[in-house]
Design a protein around this ligand. Structure first.
Ligand code: UD1
Ligand code: MG
Length: 474
């Protein structure tokens, strides 16, 4: 949409959300991997408004932190006491400038709203020259919402909150979404006069509608096509429902527009910022969050968690947890593998069962197949790390680095005690404890020498049998 130069957006997010029974501000409760308010801000920014204000209150420091990290352009406005939605909008008045044309108000607790609906609301406000346009919706279950009271000509007369509605009004199925576009000058004029004569003794934003209409202002309700868009989250049951809908929305988009296959979309949880290319298959019980990127042809899952990872083409990951890792193409990860931050792999790398890898570079065609811990290490190309090997990167005081060259073979159960370097082409014998550098093409053996005692086993058993018979086995 072209810039709405003089459009200001106010997002209401100060409420405690009593019904959430939580210490966390309601709008910071998560839907998939992002707080509820992320989804509202993201859609709001698509309108290119000149500014977005977020009214903060309960838990404001937490919300302000989130905003400054993720939406630094949004301006928090502190509402010390939550005296109602009208009072909340009025907090922004101190910034009011003559060049503000329209003020769009959005509740921070309706995360399913789409920018298209907001654009239509703005367009309808402009084309009708209204003082207020609002989004309503018709539902068979209006409980909990404010109702839009209309006259015989289908014109809005007022909005009545459920708690203040009479039996007749409660039967109305057209509900208030709490999404409005006001002419700025009119909005602040009416907010000034707002009273608290309602069941909650709050300054209801909804009350200015009736006053405006009585004094001849044009107000119209614009119905959202999909009731879900205006679904307000007031408790945890609603949060879980909205999460399910958001998951479905994201997954359907990936399947329909990105060519991603999902064996069971209900059990694939994919964050809003994740990018997945075509011909990727996602198997059940998989969580892909953060700014992860999955390139074409990958098979992810079952039972995989990826956070902020970049996965190269045709890589297979099964039953694994990966965080802040960058994998090359044709890697094979898992099952039961933990890849931690700072790990990068080249193409054709294998990290197999019960292996943990941290802050490590793995060269092309190298393998860490079984029961291994590798941390703070550079591994060259064509390296094989034998089962149960460990880089002992931490000596209790600091982390030290292990460097393994190209074409190195590390025998099973090798302990590498860094700082240590193993040169290109070297072989380390199984069971070694490597504390010194291994030169190029050397064979390192660092273990106790084996002694075979002739008939030793026979003599040992005879001794034990004798002790047993004398009742004195040691
Ligand atoms: C509100 C509307 C109702 C509408 C419903 C849609 C009013 C009086 N009622 O009711 O008509 O059907 O939304 O979801 O407006 N907030 C503040 N400061 C306050 C009070 C609230 O910032 O002092 C914020 C809340 O954090 C929330 C939003 O405003 O994000 C709406 O408040 P909430 O208490 O959820 O209102 P509802 O009862 O849902
Ligand atoms: Mg609400």
């Amino acid at each position: 949409m072209k810039d709405c130069k003089n459009l200001i957006i106010v997002i209401l997010a100060a409420g405690k959300g009593k019904r959430m029974l939580s210490h966390t501000p309601k709008v910071l409760h998560k839907i998939l991997d992002k707080p509820m308010i992320h989804y509202v801000l993201k859609e709001a920014y698509k309108l290119n408004p000149s500014r977005i204000y977020v009214v903060t209150g309960f838990g404001h420091e937490e919300l302000e932190n989130y905003l400054s990290t993720n939406y630094p352009m949004a301006i928090p406005v502190f509402q010390e006491e939550q005296l109602g939605t009208g009072h909340a909008v009025n907090m922004v008045k101190k910034y009011y400038a003559k060049d503000w044309d329209e003020v769009m108000v959005l509740p921070g607790d309706s995360p399913l709203i789409k920018s298209k609906t907001l654009e239509n609301l703005y367009a309808s406000q402009q084309s009708r020259d209204n003082s207020c346009s609002l989004v309503s919706s018709v539902t068979g279950n209006p409980a909990g919402y404010g109702r839009i009271v209309k006259n015989a000509k289908d014109e809005v007369v007022k909005i009545v909150e459920e708690r203040d509605a009479c039996e007749e009004e409660k039967k109305i199925c057209e509900i208030n979404s709490s999404i409005y576009c006001f002419r700025a000058s009119v909005l602040f004029d009416y907010l000034k006069r707002l009273k608290t004569n309602n069941s909650q003794n709050e300054f209801y934003l909804t009350d200015i509608i009736e006053e405006m209409i009585k004094e001849g202002h044009r107000v119209s309700a614009f119905k959202a096509e999909d009731i879900l868009e205006v679904f307000g989250v007031n408790d945890r049951l609603a949060l879980s429902r909205v999460s399910k809908i958001m998951q479905k929305r994201i997954n359907e988009e990936l399947m329909m527009f990105s060519g991603v296959s999902m064996t069971d979309p209900d059990s694939a949880y994919i964050g809003d910022d994740v990018v997945i290319s075509n011909d990727v298959t996602i198997h059940p019980n998989t969580f892909i969050f953060g700014k992860s990127i999955i390139e074409s042809g990958c098979i992810i899952g079952p039972s995989v968690q990826l956070n902020d990872c970049h996965i190269g083409k045709n890589t297979i990951i099964n039953s694994a947890v990966l965080t802040e890792a960058k994998l090359g193409e044709n890697n094979n990860i898992g099952p039961f593998t933990y890849v931690r931050p700072g790990t990068t792999t080249d193409d054709k790398v294998k990290i197999g069962g019960f292996c943990e890898v941290k802050k490590t570079k793995v060269g092309k065609n190298s393998k860490i197949p079984h029961l291994t811990y590798i941390g703070d290490t550079d591994i060259g190309q064509n390296v094989n790390i034998g089962a149960s090997s460990v880089t002992c990167n931490y000596n209790g005081y600091r982390k030290n680095k292990t460097v393994i060259g190209n074409n190195v073979f590390i025998g099973s159960d090798t302990m590498m005690v860094p700082p240590v370097e193993i040169g290109d082409g070297a072989i380390v014998a199984a069971g070694s404890v490597i504390t010194e550098n291994v030169p190029q093409d050397s064979l390192a053996i660092a273990r106790g020498k084996q002694v075979n005692i002739d008939n030793g086993a026979v003599r040992f058993r005879a001794k034990k049998e004798k002790e047993k018979n004398e009742g004195a086995v040691k």
